[in-house]
Design a protein around this ligand. Sequence first.
Ligand code: HEC
Ligand code: HEC
Length: 323
Amino acid sequence: MVLYAGDGATSAELDDLKARYKRPTAIPFPEAAPYSPQLATLGKMLFFDPRLSGKQNLSCASCHNPSFGFEVPVAGAIGATNTPLGRKAPTVLNAAWIPTLFWDGRAPDLETQAMGPITADAEMDGKFPEIIARLKGTPEYAAWFAKLFPGKGVTQEAILTAIATYERTVVSGWAPFDRWVDGDEAAMAPAAQRGFALFNGKAGCAGCHTGWNFTDNQFHDLGLPTKDIGRAAFEPDAPLARHAFKTPGLRNLTYRAPFGHAGQFANLESIVDFYETGGIVRPSKSPLMKPLRLAPEERADLIAVLRSLTAEQTRTALPNLPN
Ligand code: HEC
Ligand code: HEC
């Protein structure tokens, strides 16, 4: 799908294209869990608190570490059973805009998602009755919950709501790309500008990586060699669901290697090499995946635009946890 003709395009066409990548001005919080700074602060404490795990040794941040773009620099994160998980921990950056969570989209919202890792024995191996008792027994936590959830206090639902609210505040910062889209021509190098044309044109990347977070939030089989059936676990009859995974957003890639649902790509160069092959031919493969011929300078331009989506590393202050 060619959205953009590169050199042949008029400046009006380029402006139109840029408009599709403009950053949103506000975070979408659901009506059931409106934002409050206190709720987000409580959620942040819980996100960093190992007491949410069975052995009190793993927190969400163990596998979603701010220094690594809210991921970990390994293919399979290590959970409670001390063996690597079969899938890579995806980022929680910009999760507020992601309608279905997990690589196969099995969670409909962040609240439901957060229950998964807390209770999964291979991840945090926690039990809610124990976690609730622990938090209730910590006076400062009990006071936070009593204030923010009047009449309810520490409950499973309150814990999940607080964590999800914090996650919605984790938004990738302004990158050179955003300043360029906003009208500052000099903010992004010419190589990356040429890469943006390729991304939307000949290379066909924008067929799936669209909008300011660079994802259509859909599931696609790229033709990767994998035994993981992906989305087909939930849509067994959909012909294109086999080996299909959710399109990941492309923000802050520089901090997030390795890449892909199994961390199978060590770096951006190896991903672009893969896209050039067009993937394995099989019935479920996305029709958008076709072999691609890039000249060496085009390859470099494409990688330049991917790098320009990374914001400067911001400081994430560690919360002091109550005890
Ligand atoms: C042991 C490592 C580990 C821990 C601990 C962990 N996660 Fe994850 N997380 C993962 C992996 C692996 C996936 C992808 C699993 C899949 O798609 O099947 C994931 C997926 C996610 C996603 C989905 C992102 C997306 O784009 O779909 C979110 C959000 C998330 N985790 C938040 C959390 C929260 C909140 C906690 C703590 C309550 C947590 N994680 C604890 C490893 C971990
Ligand atoms: C048919 C849809 C589709 C097209 C076209 C596509 N991608 Fe992807 N992209 C995906 C999916 C799905 C994944 C997850 C792959 C997996 O299953 O491991 C992905 C993963 C990635 C990643 C890794 C991100 C991460 O967080 O791990 C990068 C980088 C990337 N694509 C860049 C590109 C570039 C550059 C192009 C154009 C050459 C492109 N994509 C074309 C759907 C697509």
